[in-house]
Write a protein that binds this ligand. Sequence first.
Ligand code: ADE
Ligand code: ZN
Ligand code: ZN
Length: 259
Amino acid sequence: MTRIAITIFIVIFSLQTGIANEDWGKTGHRVTGEIAEKYLSRKSKKAIDALLNGHSLAFVSNYADDIKSDDAYRKYGPWHYVNFPFDSTYEASEKNERGDIYQAIQKCIAVLKNKNAPREEKVFYLKMLVHFMGDLHQPLHIGLAEDKGGNDFQVRWFNEGTNLHTVWDSKMIDSYQMSYTELATNANPLTKKQVAAIQQGSIKDWMYESRALCKEIYATTETGEKLSYRYMYEYMNTVRGQLQKGGIRLAAVLNQIFG
Ligand code: ADE
Ligand code: ZN
Ligand code: ZN
C-alpha cells in the first residue's frame, strides 16, 4: 500500500471505531418519549404541541444525538452523561466545566420556565430535555471516566466484538426485536400508586438510581465477557424498566414546567 492509502485506511478505521456512541440508541429514546405522552397533563400537552408544531416527543427524542456531528453543537457533547468514581459522589467530585447531564437538565428546565426566553430557544431546550431524561436512565451514562462510561470496556455480544456501553445503549434493545411503539405499549402495567412512587424524588435521586445500577452492572460483567441470551434474561427487564421510568419522569418534569 502507498503511504496515502495507509493514511486513508487509518483515518477511516479510527473514525469508525472511535466515534462516540449514541445513547440508548434511537429506539430507546423514542420509547421514553412515547411513554411520557401517556402521562402528560392536558395543559402541558397543549404547551408542548405548540412548541413542537404537533410533533410527538418520540419524534424529537433523538435530536440531541442528530446534532452531535455538527461542529456548531460540539459544546453539548458532555451534556449527555456524567462520570465520577464509584467510591465518591457527584457533589464531592470535580465538575466538568463543559457541563454534564445533571447541569444540562437544570439548564433545560430553567429555559422552559423562563417567561422571557425566546420561543426558538424553548423549542431547542425542550428537545434536549426529552433526550437527556432518557440518557439519565441509561445506567452507563452515570459512569466512570476511566473507560468513558463503558465505551472502552470491550465485550462480545452474540459473538460480535463491541463494548459494554453499546450493549446498554442499543444491543439489548435491538436484540429484543420490538419497535418503539411495541415497547411502549408493552411496558409494565402500573397502578396510579406505582406511577406516583416513580415520579417521587428529584433529578438527583434518579441520577443516583442509575448510578446504583451502573455499579451492579460492573460487579456482574467482566472485560472481554461473551454476552448473549443469559445477559438478556438478566437485564432486559432492567432496560425496559429504565425506559419506562424515564418516560414517566419526563412527563412529571414537563407537567411541573408547563402546569
Ligand atoms: N463519554 C465519556 N463518558 C461517557 C459516558 N459516561 N457516557 C457516554 N459517553 C461518554
Ligand atoms: Zn444522548
Ligand atoms: Zn450512550
